[in-house]
Ligand binder design. Structure first.
Ligand code: COA
Length: 325
């Protein structure tokens, strides 16, 4: 019998501190940096984002999302035999946030590792977990996207600091004799490092270089729309499906205009697009599982629906996963 993988539960968590555009604009204004709710909404669709308190780490957000996903799947943490955390803002240089999460869940023994593909991290992690389940290396995986991007924002740069937020999303992915994940398509092209990066590093006991996010927004925008269409089409072709089979498009939540552009290219009506960027901002690797969980809990996404998840981000990395929920 063919072995597939299937999502059996979703969960998410946002830190309680919600910051509206108007609140952020007022804080930036005190430092002489001009922005407005109107500009942010019109250019990005973002109305608010959540910021974690300074003592809260990625694994703290991840543990809430993971517990919610485990509860939705009807599973105990002790039943999980693989933990992957997609993040670019880990708790520390090492060990991984995945091992810290494992300990916070009160379990030990199963493999746990972080996966770093920036905003494509969750589709990468889901694909790795799917492959490990199909190969028999795992049977019940916890796949998490969790970030505290507020830590790496330059609050003197209005072109980036209004775009991002903190949060975590998680799924339980289990072996199944029915699909599940139908196909996925992952890519990277390292020549685009410069257009979206955090170039600093730890060197000789000090931070060496700029440890804050830098982005050429227009270059990222152009690349994103093109590769998201390509990845969606390649994934549909691998699964022997067409756009008409997609019930919900759940793209990385970076900018409403990129998301609408992708839906349009795929000839999908806008009401098939799951949008949470308005309330979450761009939460990088957390954005897709956060959006998925919001759509599941609001009753939009139902069992049996066909979902196209799509990520794009620094690297450049991009990819898509098509699945029957
Ligand atoms: C960043 C982004 C919102 C900027 O939107 P844009 O329409 O391209 O805007 P521009 O960069 O052309 O800037 C237009 C003007 O707004 C100004 N501006 C930039 N940020 C601003 C802000 N927060 N508030 C007010 N004005 C701002 C610029 O300085 C520029 O002013 P100028 O015309 O006087 O030079 C858009 O490029 C984008 O979303 N890119 C993709 C980003 C992304 O998705 N990143 C994550 C990928 S994982």
């Amino acid at each position: 019998m063919t072995r597939y993988s299937r999502i059996t539960g979703t969960g998410s968590y946002l830190p309680p501190k919600r910051v509206t555009n108007a609140q952020l604009a007022a804080q930036l204004g005190e430092r002489g940096i001009e922005t407005s709710d109107d500009w942010i909404v019109e250019r990005t669709g973002i109305r608010a984002r959540h910021f974690a308190e300074p003592e809260v780490a990625t694994s703290d957000l991840a543990v809430h999302a993971a517990r919610n996903a485990l509860e939705a799947a009807g599973r105990q943490a002790s039943e999980i035999d693989l933990i992957i955390v997609a993040t670019s803002t880990p708790d520390m240089v090492f060990p991984s946030s995945a091992t810290i999460l494992q300990n916070k869940l009160g379990v030990a023994g199963c493999p746990a590792f972080d996966l770093q593909a920036v905003c494509s991290g969750f589709v990468y992690a889901l694909t790795v977990a799917d492959s490990m389940i199909k190969s028999g290396a795992a049977s019940k995986a916890l796949v998490v996207g969790a970030e505290v991007f507020s830590r790496i924002l330059d609050f003197t740069d209005r072109t980036t600091c209004v775009l991002f937020g903190d949060g975590a999303g998680a799924v339980v992915l289990e072996a199944s004799d029915t699909p599940g994940i139908l196909a996925s398509d992952l890519h990277a092209d390292g020549k685009h490092v410069e257009i979206l990066c955090v170039p600093g590093t730890v060197f000789g006991g000090k931070v060496h270089g700029n440890p804050l996010l830098r982005m050429d927004g227009q270059a990222v925008f152009k690349l994103a729309v093109g590769v998201l269409e390509e990845a969606a089409r390649a994934t549909l072709a691998k699964a022997g499906k067409t756009e008409a089979d997609i019930d919900w498009l759940i793209p990385h939540q970076a900018n409403i205009r990129i998301m609408q552009g992708t839906a349009k290219k795929l000839k999908l009506p806008m009401d098939k697009l799951v949008v949470t960027v308005d309330e979450h901002g761009n939460t990088s690797a957390a954005s897709i599982p956060l959006a998925l969980d919001a759509a599941v809990r609001s009753g939009k996404v139902r069992k049996g629906d066909t979902l196209m998840l799509e990520g794009v981000g620094g690297g450049f990395t991009w990819g898509a996963v098509l699945l029957d929920f």
